[in-house]
Ligand binder design. Structure first.
Ligand SMILES: *Cc1c(COP(=O)(O)O)cnc(C)c1O
Length: 412
């Protein structure tokens, strides 16, 4: 494919090649990224992007959909199987659109929604004032306990009981602990609220049964398909009952989207097949093991981790004690080809531009093939940079070692 591109557009071809090399000379520790298989990439780059297929299988507006229909039906069947769901919509273009569709299906503007504080782990589309969600709906928030830095269910229950939200959201973008959907389910039942799980980050872990499943406790589940699930870029919505599923289908099309991205849907189908293989479960186990190794080495070296550790694919380092901002650390690590993102920590005193934390995730490096032994090295790279934040010589040395390690585990 790249050869055709080279002939037509050398500039873009070269930039893609450089991006590819950047991955082979560095370590991507951004918790929301991942590398798909070549099989997924083949589906995404296929002829399927030629077609408009507005509607749903067997209910399309244009003719010539017999194969596209089959692909979408397979994607739906696999999604239902992998996540033990009764209904699935595989058309959302992204995780945010999936959430938007759920709100559009179940809420009226101004309705109250209870979600996790954005600066304590939640996502932009869970009611941030700069997001459509925060401006259309009345979002209220729960947070984590100041001591344990884990979800405070007493607070969730207290707020839910007094405000009676129409919808409660369980799910986060930077939370390193398991989310107890059964506890959320109990609260939602007590208050007569809909319960949505947004498993964007942990979908792969759930698919591998390494994180509790959101069903039967939730009414709806949204996710991205490109994070731990390791599929093509996009979103997915699952629902428990028919009435909600029908509302969701209508909200996606014609409510919010036009033609679905059939090539991405084929990529989702392929990823969902891969997700049923033993290799995938082994991969997800390694993702968690690798995150635990990072956590252990950081703690041994006196670093503070939010909630003290991890149950999943990510850790959050609290830099307060070191007097460093997340921004400063992110930038220093980038100069050594180590990629992380600055992230707010619970009760952060710095702004979202500076932050007092960095988020470090293992999905990409685990796909690359790194295991416990290499993760110890990775942790020591990060620690050396942070402890010698302005030392150019150490940074240069670490960068050399990063390149050497990364090259031993080329991406495809
Ligand atoms: C990543 C993420 C999303 C949004 O996904 P996009 O595909 O970037 O729109 C939604 N919710 C959570 C919890 C996420 O982590």
């Amino acid at each position: 494919m790249i050869n055709f591109l080279k002939k037509t557009d050398l500039k873009i071809n070269n930039l893609i090649r450089q991006e590819f090399e950047r991955h082979n000379e560095g370590l991507n520790l951004i918790a929301s990224d991942n590398y798909t298989s070549l099989a997924v990439r083949s589906a995404v780059g296929s002829i399927l992007s030629a077609r408009y297929a507005e509607g749903y299988p067997e209910k399309r507006y244009y003719s010539g959909q017999q194969f596209i229909d089959q692909i979408e039906k397979i994607a739906i069947a696999r999604a239902k199987k992998v996540f033990s769901a009764n209904f699935a919509n595989v058309q959302p273009h992204s995780g945010s659109q999936a959430n938007q569709a759920v709100y559009f299906a179940l809420l009226k503007p101004g309705d109250t929604v209870l979600s996790m504080k954005i600066d304590q782990g939640g996502h932009l589309s869970h009611g941030s004032p700069v997001n459509f969600s925060g401006s259309l709906y009345n979002f209220i928030f729960y947070g984590v306990d100041k001591k344990t830095e884990q979800i405070d269910f007493n607070e969730v229950r207290k707020i839910a009981k007094s405000k009676k939200p129409k919808l409660i959201i369980a799910g986060a973008s930077s939370y390193s602990r398991q989310i107890d959907f059964s506890k959320f389910g109990k609260i939602a039942k007590e208050t007569g609220s809909y319960l949505m799980a947004d498993i964007a980050h942990i979908a792969g872990l759930v698919a591998a049964d390494l994180h509790p499943h959101p069903f039967p406790y939730c009414d709806v589940v949204t996710m991205t398909t490109h994070k731990t699930l390791r599929g093509s870029r996009g979103g997915l919505i699952l629902s428990k009952d028919k009435e909600i599923a029908e509302k969701i289908d209508k909200a996606i099309f014609p409510g919010l989207q036009g033609g679905p991205l059939q090539n991405e849907i084929a990529g989702k189908a392929v990823a969902l097949k891969e997700a049923q293989q033993k290799k995938f479960v082994d991969y997800q186990k390694q993702v968690i093991k690798n995150a635990k190794v990072l956590a252990d080495v950081f703690v041994e070296n006196g670093f503070d981790l939010v909630s003290g550790g991890t149950d999943n694919h990510l850790i959050l380092i609290n830099l307060t004690k070191l007097g460093l901002s997340g921004k400063k650390v992110q930038e220093a690590l980038e100069l050594a080809n180590l990629y992380v993102n600055r992230n707010m920590i619970p009760y952060d005193t710095r702004s979202k531009w500076e932050t007092s934390g960095v988020r470090i995730g293992t999905p990409c490096v685990t796909t690359k093939g790194l295991k416990e032994k290499e993760m110890k090295q990775v942790a020591s790279f990060v620690i050396r940079i942070i402890k010698n934040i302005n030392n150019k010589e150490i940074r240069r040395k670490v960068k050399e070692e990063v390149i050497k390690l990364s090259k031993k585990f080329p991406i495809l």
